[in-house]
Design a protein around this ligand. Structure first.
Ligand code: ATP
Ligand code: MN
Length: 538
């Protein structure tokens, strides 16, 4: 695939209030790579990929994500701790300050778009303070052709100034960093943070509003791939549950690893043009495709290297959230354009650190809706002192931080689409087996892959009593056998070797489900509520 050469077009930023900037427009990936090195903002790793440090922030900052409350948003958005409102006049003042800050500076501008389906294309102009952030935009958004650039009409603008620090007292932010969406001005304004994920998740959040409200399309925090027969599979899941890992499958063409839309024309399309993979403990043996994508053009973030540029993927001294971004064409087996047909199978991925959910189970339509609204995964005890037990983490639609509408909206759309398409829904626990975090171990990637392949190859048939066991606490259908997987692993209780401890923990989790779901009781039909756990501990 093309690595676009430099554009000959020139643009002005005066209309953005950015004056006398030295504009680097549409630089090639190679050029941005060398600019990053020349400016001492990154070094080349032994892979050929550039390595940068994103600075103070090595992850998103959800408490500093705001949405401007205006005529478009005020009655539509589900306002609260996730979607925090921001005043429109305050936004203008803050925007002007950022534009002033970027004036007279050297900036990097790139025209790109989101949504691989022509009918849903969203043109984006990205204005960055740093060359590597602009290279991230090259990697992650879709790349217009030279022809398309000629009369390119940007609809949304991302203004990204990591070096600009807000003054909360005056600017109305919580602290010095912020990511603010304005649907009237069509701007994503990001300052005080260099974490590149804010750029892609800013546009994702905008699309999560635009597509359902105006285009009758369900936006999804999921990865997707397609088999040789054109059968699409999608994988929902919160961070770290395996969307990127499991969608990158040599036997199936990758559609995308994180953000997709499901249209009313029965298609699924990728929003993005690249992948953003976690690299903690990455090994060539276990994840050869992702490993191979780390070459010139890719950007490693917050990894530790030796003097020869060799990366130590085990080193988490900067962060656990070490990453690499790469354009999707760094993966060999991809679907071009990044569009598939209606999914045949949907996987809900969860990293259950309680170790009680089966590694694979089949969900009824009610259970699917219930689990989608719940969006369960677990946080493992980190480095925080005193936290020794896993913590349940519920995030509606498997992506609440990016969903501006009430979760019930997305859940309704998904239920309807699942019914129409007649999909099978599977719950996959990529987390712990043989006990909770600290006692058991993470499910072997090899086994998770085998379970998914079994589904996709049609080796796990429809529910029947012979082949499945109904889990006594969660009510889900647990297959008794699966090719490539020892049968005893399929029953989490068996792997614990201690029924009492197992059920105690299972009830702990089912109680957590119930407590979390109480916030949705009023929105959920009887049918959806029936999809929850069957038993609770008292
Ligand atoms: P994000 O939304 O933050 O991009 P993600 O859902 O794409 O997260 P991955 O990047 O795929 O998550 O992360 C899954 C991590 O868990 C990887 O580091 C992978 O190597 C590791 N892992 C270990 N065991 C498994 C397993 N059984 N299945 C999937 N991933 C596993
Ligand atoms: Mn991912």
């Amino acid at each position: 695939m093309v690595n676009h050469t430099q554009s000959t077009k020139t643009i002005s930023l005066e209309k953005y209030g950015i004056k006398n900037a030295k504009i680097n427009y549409q630089l090639s990936s190679d050029k941005l790579h060398s600019e990053t090195i020349n400016k001492n903002q990154g070094v080349e790793s032994a892979f050929g990929a550039i390595a940068v440090n994103t600075g103070e922030f090595t992850g998103r900052s959800p408490k500093d994500r705001f949405i401007v409350k205006d005529d478009i948003t005020k009655d539509r958005i589900w306002w609260g701790a996730i979607n925090i409102d921001f005043d429109s006049d305050k936004f203008q003042k803050l925007y002007d300050k950022v534009a002033d800050y970027l004036s007279e500076k050297e900036v990097y501008v790139r025209d790109s778009y989101a949504c691989a389906d022509e009918n849903y294309k969203l043109n984006i102009r990205v204005i960055n303070e740093y060359p590597w952030s602009n290279m991230f935009a090259y990697n992650m958004f879709l790349r217009p052709t030279e022809e398309e650039l000629k009369d390119f009409n940007p609809e949304w603008t991302v203004v990204n100034a990591p070096g600009f620090m807000a003054d909360p007292e005056i600017d109305g932010t919580r602290q010095h960093n912020f990511a603010i969406l304005d649907f009237t001005r069509k701007i994503a304004l990001i300052g005080g943070t260099g974490y590149t994920g804010e750029i892609k998740k800013g546009i994702f959040s905008a699309l999560n509003f635009i597509l359902p409200v105006f285009k009758n399309t369900l936006p999804m925090h999921c990865s997707a791939n397609v088999g040789k027969d054109g059968d699409t599979a999608i994988f929902f899941g919160l961070s770290g549950t395996g969307k990127t890992t499991l969608s990158t499958d040599p036997d199936r063409s990758l559609i995308g690893d994180d953000e997709h839309g499901w249209t009313s024309e029965n298609t699924v399309f990728n929003f993005e043009g690249g992948c953003y993979a976690k690299v903690i403990n990455l090994s060539e043996e276990q994840e050869p495709e992702i490993f191979g994508a780390i070459k010139k053009g890719a950007i490693l973030e917050n990894v530790i290297m030796d003097d020869n540029g060799n990366v130590d993927f085990e080193d988490t001294s900067i962060t656990q959230n070490t990453r690499v971004s790469y354009p999707i064409y760094h993966i060999d087996n991809i679907k071009t354009p990044s569009i598939g047909q209606n999914p045949k199978n949907i996987f809900f991925l969860t990293a259950d650190a309680f170790g009680v959910l089966p590694p694979i189970s089949k969900l009824t339509p009610s259970q699917a809706a219930y689990h989608f609204m719940s969006g369960y995964t677990a946080k493992v005890a980190g480095t925080e002192a005193g936290v020794n037990e896993p913590q349940p983490s519920f995030s509606a639609c498997f992506g609440a931080p990016f969903m501006p509408l009430h979760p019930a909206k997305y859940a309704e759309m998904l239920s309807k689409k699942m019914k129409e398409a007649g999909v099978n829904v599977w719950l996959i626990n990529t987390g712990w087996t043989g006990g909770p975090y600290g006692v058991g171990s993470r499910m072997k990637l090899k086994y998770t892959r085998a379970m998914i392949s079994a589904v996709l190859n049609g080796d796990l048939g429809p529910y029947n009593y012979e082949d499945y066991h109904i889990h006594s606490v969660f009510g889900v259908a647990q297959p008794r056998h699966c090719p490539g997987v020892p049968s005893e692993i399929l029953s989490p209780r068996t792997t614990w070797n201690d029924d009492e401890a197992y059920y105690k923990m299972a009830f702990k989790l089912s109680n957590a489900f119930r407590e979390n779901f109480s916030q949705f009781e009023a929105y959920a039909s009887e049918e959806i509520r029936r999809g929850g756990p069957q038993r609770y501990g008292y």
